[in-house]
Design a protein around this ligand. Structure first.
Ligand SMILES: Cc1cc2nc3c(=O)[nH]c(=O)nc-3n(C[C@H](O)[C@H](O)[C@H](O)COP(=O)(O)OP(=O)(O)OC[C@H]3O[C@@H](n4cnc5c(N)ncnc54)[C@H](O)[C@@H]3O)c2cc1C
Length: 448
């Protein structure tokens, strides 16, 4: 299927054009970059670790402002349980520094290579347990941002509407320089695992979704298997050992993508190759996750790991209330697409439940709990067409796109999906950046 958008579509490769690049090392340098008289090409886009799947962090013809030089942890307050850090600090570095003081981030956040600024400006989410907040930005207490005119603006919980607009604002309202977040003492949870068929998963998802557990799952649609990872807080959960979580993290983020990439090269017969790939995925979940990983906390296994460059991904959110139907349709979609086009993803799709959270204007779960479903693959050939079909599938099933993670969404659909909230955000954006200095063509399709 052809997509009508232009830079939003997966059909187009990243342009080879070279943007101007700035990596300010302190607040003064950051302010200088943004001053209207600064000699920089527009539009300006902010980039943290660059792990987003869309062009939200790119400006091929303008300037890209890298925040990774702003990497100081300013203060960890062990009495009030808060942390203040600059935007370029990596989540992994923050997690390690907090753990040394017996503290952890609230919510389960993988991909620890990403930056604090990137994680607050996009829906950095994970499987929250029960009603626990799922987004990192939900824990934001205050922000220091540099506006498009190069001025510093402090925003706290007293300016609630502005703070809500700044959470998940994709760098369209200014550059986050520093943030203060709520953290908490390390709390250990237990993780239990099940392997079920897609139909069985569809039968139990409503029940699990409404229980006070954290739900994460891995889908192998061509094997008719779903591997569940259910997390609970127990009164006496025992010790959380770091090593099993490190092995799991390493296996999922590094070993499997590398192995699958090699198999795609050396095993030419698709039926044999995919049989092997699915068997390795099933064995990994059976052995490592089910047997090894039992107790954990938000400080376990979160080593800083380079974002795998060979992995394509696209994430959509679906209403949790509809997911028993959506998961069956998704498995059918994967099988039908494979039959029709010969393309399928080699990595398992990863899903988790994200609770209702209206703390950010552009929250994908503003009105109701959602299930985030991330489809990923190491196979580049055919991926661009696949994500266009996936986007059509997601539209048909009421999916909500994420501006940083959903490939090939249609701007008209996204505008409709976010409705009046997007319209309100647009007004705030126009007030704070009337000359569109921070707006690239990709974001302008929805927010211009
Ligand atoms: C394999 C893989 C799996 C992933 N899984 C998940 C997942 O499970 N959950 C999830 O939520 N995300 C996931 N992501 C997506 C991605 O990590 C998030 O979108 C993340 O928040 C981006 O952080 P970053 O530092 O890489 O920011 P970038 O990608 O560099 O930027 C993201 C957005 O934030 C803006 N931004 C960055 N820094 C600032 C700043 N200082 N001030 C203002 N705006 C800023 C950028 O302009 C851009 O719009 C995954 C990515 C990969 C590659």
């Amino acid at each position: 299927m052809q997509s009508s958008g232009f830079r939003d579509t997966g059909r187009y490769l990243r342009r080879p054009a070279r943007p101007g690049v700035f990596t300010p090392a302190n607040l003064a340098k950051l302010m200088q970059c943004l001053e209207p008289q600064a000699n920089v090409a527009l539009p300006m886009r902010i980039r943290g670790a660059g792990s987003a799947a869309t062009d939200c962090n790119e400006s091929p013809a303008g300037t890209v402002l890298h925040t990774t030089g702003l990497d100081r942890i300013t203060n960890i307050d062990n009495y009030n349980h808060t942390v203040t850090a600059e935007a370029g600090v990596r989540l992994g570095t923050l997690v390690t520094a907090l753990a040394e003081q017996g503290l952890e981030l609230i919510g389960s956040h993988d991909q620890t290579e990403r930056t604090l600024g990137g994680a607050l400006s996009a829906p950095c989410m994970g499987p929250g347990i029960g009603k626990q907040a799922a987004y990192l930005s939900s824990q934001l207490i205050s922000l220091k941002i540099v506006t498009v005119s190069g001025k510093v603006m402090n925003v706290s919980e007293e300016q609630q509407h502005l703070l809500n607009a700044l959470r998940m604002s994709y760098g369209m309202l200014g550059v986050i320089f520093e943030a203060t977040l709520r953290v908490r003492p390390i709390s250990t949870f237990t993780a239990s695992h099940r392997s079920v068929s897609t139909d069985k998963f569809a039968d139990v998802i409503d029940h699990v979704s409404n229980a006070s557990v954290g739900l994460k799952f891995y889908v192998l649609p061509h094997r008719d298997r779903v591997y569940l990872d259910l997390r609970r807080y127990e009164t006496a959960p025992g010790n959380a050992y770091q090593t099993p979580w490190k092995i799991k993290d390493w296996g999922e983020s590094t070993v499997l993508p590398q192995v699958f990439k090699s198999l795609n090269r050396v095993v030419p017969i698709p039926s044999v190759r995919y049989q092997l790939i699915d068997s390795i995925s099933a064995a990994t979940h059976g052995l490592v996750n089910t047997r090894l990983v039992k107790n954990g906390n938000n400080a376990s296994g979160r080593r800083r790991r380079k974002t795998p460059g060979n992995l394509q991904y696209s994430t959509w959110c679906f209403p949790a209330a509809d997911f028993s139907v959506v998961i069956k349709a998704y498995a059918e979609f994967c099988r039908e697409t494979f039959q029709r086009t010969g393309y399928r993803c080699d990595m398992p799709a990863v899903g988790f439940r994200v609770g209702k959270d209206s703390s950010a204007l552009l929250s994908p779960s503003f009105d109701e709990a959602v299930i985030s479903l991330q489809t990923s693959s190491t196979q580049k050939k055919g991926w661009d067409d696949f994500v266009i079909d996936l986007s059509q599938f997601a539209e048909n099933w009421g999916g909500t796109p994420l501006f940083s993670q959903s490939r090939a969404f249609r701007a008209e659909y996204a505008t409709r999906a976010y409705g009046s909230r997007l319209e309100f955000f647009r007004k705030v954006r126009r007030q704070l950046d009337p000359e569109k200095r921070l707006l690239n063509p990709f974001l302008a399709q929805c927010f211009g």
